[in-house]
Design a protein around this ligand. Structure first.
Ligand code: SUG
Length: 419
């Protein structure tokens, strides 16, 4: 098979809960203390994967991480029964579901040594996310283990925050052609932290061996961060030659667009004016946190959260866009409400990898039959709900551990992923 885009979705783990851990992520703050539904959450994610397979796309999966993260708790001199509530919640977070934050990926056509390079995100800005990277690194080195095809890098060191593909876009005439890689970083100053630092972005680009003439570093607008766009993928998304972005996504879009057009004359920029959709409606609807994909017939589709239908200004604008003559021809709403309530839409749940599927460990590629089996385990083991007080319940902890062990054993991955 040839080089294509594969979307790896993070399966939502059995400890999925609403602890309100992410400052600057409005949905996470709004739902703090709510009762979560891990089983429904994981099944929603599985349905999204099935939908993408039905569209003719190739689908991969990342497994949830072992929770509670005992190694992290031990490094803090505690364990799950003695940890303070905030540390306990951080140790139990299922946040690795948001695979867009797992790593930054540079396909082989863009790198100096002709291999696909990935740098695992350090996620240092948020305590609950800062301990994801060791298990992410192990998993990525299992999935992409062929050293002739892949180079998997450990994270950029602290204090430079790196949040992975959520702040990275790639434009190319086609997925398998050389691309222009765009690293979007934040500048602090507003009420919320800027989670992506330019120093980290530059380090990733250098380590991946990218051509400086085809690499752009672009500042996110402070208004966007202040409005709740804690990652660029909440206000912009790219696919092949198309950039779809909100007018207020970038600090200086005129300079950025001019640089982009110079590097890639065939680029098509679809900008949504603030007069049509306000930044706050864009963030409430998560219309940009969509998977912008190329279907087998060459048309592009936007796989977006059902929440985008709930705001009339958003939905009307989108319907007009697909009825016009632009490159995006189809809207595919998906229900990922459990993840959305923690600020994670369809795009957050997946990591895009442009590669030859033959070079990837087949245990991480899924079809309907494999998803049926995974859904069966989720249905039998994943907790139906988790209320905030349950996080200190030893029976819940045992159940979360049992769920993970059953899944990983079924997929014959215990030897690779056991922490
Ligand atoms: O890092 N939410 C995640 C959402 C990540 C979304 N990813 C992308 N935009 N690519 C975050 O803020 C909430 C967890 C909690 O509050 O328990 C959380 O971590």
């Amino acid at each position: 098979m040839s080089v294509i885009e594969i979307n790896f979705d993070g399966l939502i783990g059995p400890s999925h809960n609403y602890a309100g851990l992410s400052l600057g992520n409005l949905a996470s703050a709004r739902n703090a203390g709510a009762v979560s539904h891990p089983r429904a959450a994981a099944l929603q994610g599985i349905e999204k994967m099935r939908g993408n397979i039905a569209l003719g796309l190739i689908q991969g999966i990342f497994l949830p991480q072992w929770r509670p993260d005992g190694a992290w708790l031990a490094s803090l001199g505690t364990d799950i029964s003695d940890a303070e509530p905030a540390i306990r919640a951080a140790a139990l977070s299922a946040s690795s579901m948001w695979a867009a934050n797992a790593a930054t990926v540079s396909p082989a056509t863009d790198t100096a040594d002709g291999r696909t390079h990935m740098t695992v995100a350090n996620l240092v800005t948020m305590p609950h996310r800062s301990h994801e990277w060791p298990q992410t690194l192990t998993q990525l080195r299992t999935v992409f283990s062929d050293p002739r095809a892949f180079a998997i890098h450990a994270p950029v060191p602290a204090p430079f925050g790196d949040e992975g593909a959520a702040n990275h876009m790639r434009l190319a005439a086609r997925h398998d052609a050389p691309g222009v890689e765009i690293f979007v970083y934040g500048r602090s100053g507003g009420p919320f932290p800027a989670r992506q630092h330019v120093e980290a972005s530059k380090a990733v680009a250098r380590r991946h061996g990218l051509d400086p003439a085809r690499t752009l570093f672009v500042a996110q607008s402070e208004e966007a961060i202040a409005a709740g766009a804690f990652h660029n993928d909440v206000v912009a998304v790219a696919n092949e030659r198309v950039l779809f972005a909100h007018e207020q996504a970038f600090a200086d879009s005129h300079v950025f667009y001019a640089q982009l057009r110079a590097a890639m004359p065939e680029v098509e920029i679809v900008e949504v004016p603030a007069s049509a959709i306000s930044l706050s409606d864009a963030i409430a609807s998560y219309l940009f946190n969509a998977q912008l994909v190329t279907l087998p017939d060459g048309a592009m589709a936007l796989i977006l959260p059902t929440e985008a239908r709930a705001i009339p200004a958003v939905w009307q604008w989108l319907e007009q866009m697909v009825a016009g003559n632009g490159p995006i021809r189809r809207l595919v709403p998906v229900d990922v409400r459990q993840s959305m309530a923690n600020g994670g839409g369809p795009a957050c749940l997946r990591l895009r990898v442009v590669a030859d599927p033959a070079t990837i460990d087949p245990r991480f590629l899924v079809d309907d039959a494999k998803l049926d089996a995974i859904a069966g385990i989720v249905g039998d083991y994943w907790p139906e709900e988790i209320a905030p007080d349950d996080l200190s319940d030893t029976r819940l902890i045992a159940r979360i551990e049992q769920s993970w062990l059953t899944l990983v054993d079924h997929l014959q991955l215990s030897g690779d992923l056991m922490p």
